[in-house]
Design a protein around this ligand. Sequence first.
Ligand SMILES: [Zn+2]
Length: 609
Amino acid sequence: MLTQFSITNYPTSIKPTQEFCVEGYFLFPNAYTIKSSFPVEIETKDKITLFNKYDVFAKVICFKPTTLLPESKQYTLNLSYLNFPNPTVFQKDLTITTQEYPDIMDVRFTEEINNNQILEFSIDYSGNHLNYFINLEDYEAPCNQESSTILCDISSLSLIQGYDYDLKLVSKYNGVLIKELKIIPVQIRTAVQIEKSSIKNKSVLQDKNIYEIDITLNKEILNTYNISIRDDSDGEVKLESSVVGNLLAIYPKEEFKQNTTYYLKLNDLTGLDGSTLANEYVLEFSIDDGPKISWTNISNSFSTSGNIVLAFNQDIKNPQNIKNYVKIDSSTNYSYSIYKNQVTINPSSSLGFCKKYTVSLAKGLVSNTGLIASSGATYSLKTTCKRTVSIGTSVQGRSIYAYYLGSGSKKIVFFGSMHGSEANTKTLLNKWVTELENNTDRIPSDKTIIVIPTLNPDGIANLSRFNAHGVDLNRNFDTPSWVTGTYLKTDFYPTGGGSAPFSEPESKDIRDLLYRESPYLTLSYHSAAGYVIPTNSSSAISKAYSYSQLSGYTYVNPGAEGSFSYDITGTFEEWAEGRGYNALVVELSSAYYDQFLQNSRAMWKMVEQ
Ligand SMILES: [Zn+2]
């Protein structure tokens, strides 16, 4: 018979996730009806069973809630026997209160953790129904529960090494948040990083034999990792490797191939502190192709007595027979020397004047590390067509050079830098010499072109309009107007015209050149008034017109210098006119730029017409 005295012990307070038991003396326990305001499974224990079949007596009835119970709430559990109608005798109400849900007791890790770590917590009691998770914003890592220990593998959160996070430990029931147990600030340890490698990324190596590649890491690492070196067609290079502290040494066990790119890949590297390599490390490097010419002095104006220099992008094996690879045409004999990356070819006899040659390099040349040139190269060499003549010497002993191109009987003279402060005329005329050298076929056969870029080398050297005697060369010519004292605007120079007409070597030198060569036209370059002014002859005037049209400089009538506000005396142009020479004064319109492009068309016109 069930009476209130049959129950000897029951919990007035239960944990909402745990089973609980009622102790007493229960006859024929299967005949009980248990009414519960929450769903439970029932199990009887400490039983006496007859014939292995009939439970006749039990001392314990245990109740296991099949759903999560609310926390801190009262329940009534009603036990009745055979639904007997008399509640006072055959029924018993047990009033039970649920406790709070489990809370965190202990965090069993330090603030600094790895992003693949399993975080361990303890809770104050274990139970069913509740699941635990680590939450980070919208991401969630599930935890396992082993009695009152919660283990959370956070690797699925993909936390970034070196960053700080606030992780949240929560409990859930059927996917619904029950409780936020704790916010845990953590610092994820910095990743394993490559600090340097003995081969720089994307470097081009000029050696097929690499015996060791060292990779230095920011921290000590475990001796477990994946490493490979493959070429661009996925061929793998045999290698060995070893770790000492934070140094990973890789020993390739075979020769690399020239003209091939390799990728060293490193994965699954772990620091002693448990941190990992954030991303696959890839070191790209290439083995160079064989020697290639990186520079040569071969030009369009090569000296007939010059040595040909071939500089390569890598050092050249020495000795080796260069004559197997380098030919000048097919017949020019030469000696040679090798120094580091440079091969110097010394022709046995002078090259012909103003002549074209072909310098060819065949494949096969060997570098000092054994790389073999896989391709050749061909260069066109033209020996200089200009004859260089010193027409005299300046006050300070500098040579005044004239360059002759062409060999016709009709001669034209270009000269510049009569005023040393007008150095852009020198630059212009040097470019004009190069232009002529590069286009010798264009020089008419009946013409000789004489170019003197620097009539006043002392003035150029001293950044002065005047020569080294302080004489304005363009006031030193023997003309009716010549005087020793000259003006430049309002400045008076007592000896600007020189001590006498042609007292200066530079003015004499250009005078004598004109005496010798009797040019059909002479052009004297100045800057920066931007005009062209001819001597007073129909030939010079028509040439000045076309120079003006092609250059854009203003045409100015002969003798217009007389209209200047100050006296201009003893000039080259006055002298030239008096001697019957056709001459143009060309004033560039810039004091700085050589204006080569706008002058070259006009200069060619002067030569070709
Ligand atoms: Zn000038």
